[in-house]
Design a protein around this ligand. Structure first.
Ligand code: ZN
Length: 502
């Protein structure tokens, strides 16, 4: 490395690490806010978070740091592949942050929190008209933001870029349409069949024992409790300061499903990925997942492909029966598998099963696209929502609360986020298909031996961090480009057998 490059590299590295440290502190404070923070400490906590976020932003957009980053990006001779990726990732985020005027950033934060409060009230009253003016304000700012960030005529791309770098509507839309064309008739065929009896899942199941079961499963999956922990929160999430300290949360209901176990397995999928990032340079811009879709592929894989398989319950039903002898008396492996894979035309995305889930996402993607292309007005959302739900899911929402008001995301201005859930499902199925060529997924699961499964994920996905783009990483790991085919093959094989349809 030439000495000039050497000096600028070490200056760059110090600043990058400082920004990463601040990010880790932010993540820990926000974990605490949602788990153990005293009720009276919340307001002060919001202030701490805001101050730290401002410090991060100032350091990121600092002009001399920009010059340094641009210099290294233009003249990367002497940098290895991983260092180049660090520069690329920092430059990507920095350029985007620098394009946004401070006034717009402030307006987005203020309008978002006001809209969020209005959304809460509107949802409680099931009255979209109370949310509508606020959503109009948020959307106007998102349009402004997308235009400030820049795009080739498709505004949505500028927002999608925050969650799925490199992905474009032109590529995504045909894939989602292909999925829709196969999924809608498949769901109809399933719903024509008799629904399985899943009443035994309602319980009540003692909460402490549900937590005990989830801890057992997490340990078996290979989650390292020396490098993380699990607590409870209202909305389960995976956070924490970094790979050696991963914070999972879960929640308990009286029922087994929906309940603690599947929330835990989902978040553990994220957490196992985070712990696997320990292979990358710590405190660096490559020790992250390359995209939310890739991250979500790991949670969906453990929750659905592993956790909702027959093999899983062959191993865990006897264990669960010891914890819940009364609730599971007379329940066999087949009953359990049919129960946790029950398909229903239901209104709420977060409660949807694996088969209908993506239809809820396709609906949101179409509406978001319409709003940002200014082809759909906010005022027409409830009706457009109703029409799409009937067409795609075959369900008519009874009111705004179970229709257009159900998600928190739009109130915060999170447009472009929803597709990452479906990308997670598509990637997750492709991962499982590729893994099966080398690992006997079902035999390992039935034996409760998850080490070969985790090892495959570590080698092919986790240890690469954000050196490659999400798409390149998945292309290498799965040996195929992004598409809906592996996911449809997975669904038809599993649910075709469960419901006797093809
Ligand atoms: Zn997730």
């Amino acid at each position: 490395m030439a000495s000039a490059t050497k000096t600028s590299w070490s200056t760059f590295e110090r600043r990058m690490q400082e920004i990463e440290d601040l990010g880790a502190a932010l993540s820990l404070l926000s974990w605490d806010e949602q788990t153990y923070c005293s009720p009276r400490g919340r307001e002060a906590r919001a202030q701490h978070l805001a101050t730290l976020s401002t410090l991060v932003h100032e350091r990121v957009v600092d002009p001399w740091y920009g010059e340094l980053v641009d210099g290294l990006a233009e003249d990367p001779d002497g940098l290895d592949e991983v260092q180049r990726a660090m520069v690329r990732n920092v430059k990507h985020d920095r350029d985007r942050a620098a394009r946004l005027p401070a006034e717009l950033v402030r307006a987005l934060a203020v309008t978002g929190s006001r809209a969020n409060r209005a959304w809460e009230e509107a949802r409680r009253a099931s009255d979209f008209s109370r949310f509508r003016p606020h959503l109009e304000d948020v959307l106007a700012l998102k349009v402004e933001q997308a235009d400030a960030l820049g795009h080739d005529g498709e505004r949505y791309d500028a927002l999608l870029e925050a969650f799925e770098p490199g992905m474009r509507v032109a590529q995504l839309e045909p894939i989602l349409n292909g999925l829709r064309d196969e999924l809608v008739p498949f769901v109809r065929r399933i719903l024509d069949r008799p629904a399985p009896d899943a009443s035994f899942l309602a319980g009540p199941y003692p909460h402490d024992r549900q937590l005990e079961l989830s801890m057992r499963v997490l340990r078996d999956f290979g989650f390292d409790f020396e490098a993380g922990r699990q607590d409870t929160s209202t909305h389960p999430f995976c956070g924490g300061p970094g790979p050696t300290d991963v914070r999972l949360t879960t929640r308990t209901y009286d029922s087994l499903e929906p309940g603690c176990l599947y929330s835990s397995m989902h978040e553990a999928g994220h957490g196992l990925y985070e712990q696997g990032l320990v292979a990358l340079a710590p405190r660096s811009a490559v020790a992250h997942a390359p995209s939310l879709g890739v991250h979500e592929s790991q949670s969906r894989f453990w929750e659905n492909v592993v956790g909702r398989s027959r093999a899983f319950w062959e191993h865990y039903l006897p264990i669960a029966r010891e914890l819940f002898p009364g609730q599971l008396a007379g329940v066999g492996v087949d009953d359990m598998v049919r129960g946790v894979n029950k398909v229903a035309a239901s209104p709420i995305r977060v409660d949807a099963d694996e088969v209908t889930y993506n239809l809820h996402i396709l609906l949101r993607f179409d509406l978001e696209l319409g709003l940002l292309r200014e082809e759909l007005a906010v005022a027409d959302l409830p009706e457009a929502w109703r029409e799409s739900m009937e067409r795609l899911v075959g369900y008519t929402p009874r009111n705004d609360a179970e229709g257009v008001l159900q998600d928190i995301h739009w109130s915060w201005g999170e447009f472009g986020y929803f597709p990452t859930y479906t990308l997670g499902n598509l990637y997750g199925a492709a991962v499982a298909e590729a893994m099966r060529a080398e690992v006997d997924l079902d035999a390992c699961t039935a034996a409760g031996d998850f080490a070969p499964i985790l090892a495959w994920l570590r080698t092919n996905i986790h240890r690469h961090g954000h050196v490659l783009s999400g798409e390149e990483l998945m292309q290498r790991a799965t040996g195929r480009p992004l598409g809906h085919e592996p996911f449809m093959r997975y669904l038809t094989s599993k649910f075709g057998a469960l419901y006797g349809v093809s």
